[in-house]
Design a protein around this ligand. Structure first.
Ligand SMILES: Nc1ncnc2c1ncn2[C@@H]1O[C@H](COP(=O)(O)OP(=O)(O)OP(=O)(O)O)[C@@H](O)[C@H]1O
Ligand SMILES: O=P(O)(O)OC[C@H]1O[C@H](OP(=O)(O)OP(=O)(O)O)[C@H](O)[C@@H]1O
Length: 315
């Protein structure tokens, strides 16, 4: 098969090839009925049922490919987009546009230092060694910090800010840098905090919060198809985020119950054959459902059922 020629007329969609976002992206593609077969070792896969080619790339490289318009659509972390934009600010024709927050890959990029040490504040790190995979965001963070500090705000001959803090790049296992004596502090991602604590580190500041996002280039080759994919993915995300709650309640108690389950637009209310009783259907955020069921019981709802939403298209 001539793979390169078969890419003509296909929308290119970049997906993280490994790492923390990879499996969640595959699940999202599956839920969106984007069918493909990826041959082992090949980083391009043709979609069988839509004119799309998936390109499997490192999450960190996706903003570059989409930003330059080489690839139409991509999934990566908001942190990766922010890092890219410090180095390559968007213009009218380049850069990426965020279409959708995907509600997974949530974590924070934080400044971390040894738990047992003399460094207590980010200011204590000025002039010291920092190790990170996010060198541009770290430089921006320390440049701002230094500009506010007493001995900071220095400039080079060309007028650009002179950074006293030394920022070094490593591609992974950033948390080992302090123990190995390479860094006084690190800037790394924290989700549960397990990696940080296991390495004897503590967070002293947050540089940026992040989640996975769907991004598009400024001028995608097939805007209609971009909208179709976004709409399918939005449907899957909504289905994962919400459950459908149904219950019966006496009509006089409906107002109180509707306040607990206002639904996305409004609850669906239907009359029951039994006089003075109604049945209610409403979407409820999955994470709140236990509390919502308790509150519904308190206001007199009965026959409360909660159902998984397989897929959705909501306004
Ligand atoms: N612990 C985490 N929890 C949630 N999301 C994370 C976590 N770590 C990273 N991410 C998100 O995933 C993106 C890619 O990070 P990850 O470290 O998985 O990539 P990678 O370097 O390509 O993979 P690997 O670390 O396997 O080499 C990050 O930019 C961030 O948005
Ligand atoms: O707060 P936690 O839940 O422990 O997650 C945070 C860790 O996850 C990521 O690394 P990953 O494990 O993906 O490997 P890496 O260090 O090779 O990037 C990140 O760089 C942290 O080290």
């Amino acid at each position: 098969m001539d793979l390169v020629n078969s890419l003509n007329d296909r929308l290119l969609f970049a997906v993280p090839k490994k790492g923390r976002l990879h499996q969640a992206c595959l699940d999202l593609l599956h839920g969106s009925d984007i069918q493909f077969h990826r041959h082992s070792r090949l980083d391009i896969a043709l979609v069988k049922n839509l004119p799309i080619a998936l390109v499997f790339l490192p999450a960190a490289d996706i903003p570059t490919f989409v930003g330059e318009g080489r690839v139409d659509l991509g999934i990566t972390g908001r942190d990766q987009v922010a890092e890219h934009e410090v180095e390559t600010p968007p213009t009218e024709t380049t850069g990426v546009e965020e279409i959708l927050d995907l509600d997974f890959g949530k974590c924070s990029l934080q400044v971390q230092v040894p738990q047992k040490g003399t460094i207590q504040t980010p200011e204590d790190l000025i002039g010291k060694n920092i190790v990170t995979s996010f060198t541009k965001l770290a430089e921006q963070y320390f440049a701002r910090l230094e500009s506010k500090s007493e001995n900071g705000g220095l400039t080079n001959g060309d007028g650009k800010p002179k950074l006293l803090t030394k920022i070094k790049y490593v591609g992974g296992s950033v948390e080992a840098a302090c123990a190995l004596g390479v860094a006084d502090g690190i800037v790394d991602l924290v989700e549960s905090g397990e990696t940080m604590r296991a390495a004897g580190l503590k967070a002293i500041s947050t540089v940026v919060e992040t989640t996975a996002i769907l991004i598009k280039s400024r001028n995608p080759s097939n805007p209609k198809l971009v909208e179709l994919i976004a709409s399918r993915i939005r449907g899957v995300i909504t289905a994962q985020k919400y459950v459908l709650c149904t219950y019966n309640i006496e009509r006089p108690k409906l107002e109180a119950a509707s306040k607990i389950t206002p639904g996305k637009r409004a609850p669906t209310v239907t009359s029951l054959e039994e006089e003075n009783w109604v049945a209610v259907n409403a979407m409820v955020e999955r994470k709140n459902i236990a509390v919502v069921m308790d509150q519904l019981t308190d206001v007199g709802a009965c026959d409360i059922l909660v159902m998984k939403i397989e897929n959705s298209r909501t306004g």
